[in-house]
Design a protein around this ligand. Sequence first.
Ligand SMILES: C[S@@+](CC[C@H](N)C(=O)[O-])C[C@H]1O[C@@H](n2cnc3c(N)ncnc32)[C@H](O)[C@@H]1O
Length: 287
Amino acid sequence: MEPFIGGGAVFFAINRKYAFETAHISDSNEELALAYRVVKGNVEALIDRLGVIQTAFHETPREARSDYYYTVRGEFNANREKTDFETFHSSWIHRTAQLIFLNRTCFNGLFRVNLQGGFNVPFGSYKNPRILDEFTLKEASASLQNTEISMGDFTTCEKFVDSTTFVYLDPPYRPLNRTSKFTGYSKGGFSDSDQVRLAEFFRTIDQRGAKVMLSNSDPKNEDPDDLFFDTIYADYLVDRVPAKRAINSNGKLRGEISELIITNYQTNCQTQAQQPLMDTTLRGDMV
Ligand SMILES: C[S@@+](CC[C@H](N)C(=O)[O-])C[C@H]1O[C@@H](n2cnc3c(N)ncnc32)[C@H](O)[C@@H]1O
């Protein structure tokens, strides 16, 4: 189960390798949940629709492409009010095609909305963006066939968790410094009190016997005395791992920094780290 599915990097990677019998993904972003449902159930129609948009965009002279982008963005936002995000409607296919188009052509592939829920990312400057990736869409669709898709706050997933569930939690990261305040993939953002609420959810599903893994930023990158996560996850295993940051407004933090992996069980990496040091040649043989 993944209650903060976002782009689903972990879900798709693990599913590709181990082919889940069943899975459950969820997100509070209703546009994203709608798109996953379309990719799951209507991938051929989506590919056709996206092909039409891609052709139209590529046939538009370069100097007029930003106008094309803003027209699609305007239509996408104008249709939001009349979209029923709960019950399937054929208009979902066009909406998903527009969402993918916007994602492939907007600035940095960001998803950001204003307080009214309107998508407000400006046009990006790509030479020849790939808008339709038929292979990936079909592969994603195949991956989603045994997958339940829901929409809402992470707490709504509680009822689907039991002692056989593995839950991966990848919430919006806690900002590392006062200028990196980007936690708002959707309206409302994700505050420290949401992080505390999530720690309570972690405990609830831990008590149900689920195996739980959570990732987050490590406040100690900026302030060695910041024990926010060490405190709220004091009863669990808090591991610090090196990670590369691709999206960060602060150039200094784009390199390798430490991130947190918090689990309620011991991972293989932790087990290996705790083994006594071995002879280096022997280690070499094992690699
Ligand atoms: C860090 S991203 C997840 C990234 C994802 N692992 C990936 O591979 O792209 C966090 C996600 O949490 C979602 N989100 C934010 N607040 C939420 C909430 N209260 N409940 C559920 N999902 C939420 C956002 O819409 C976003 O998709």
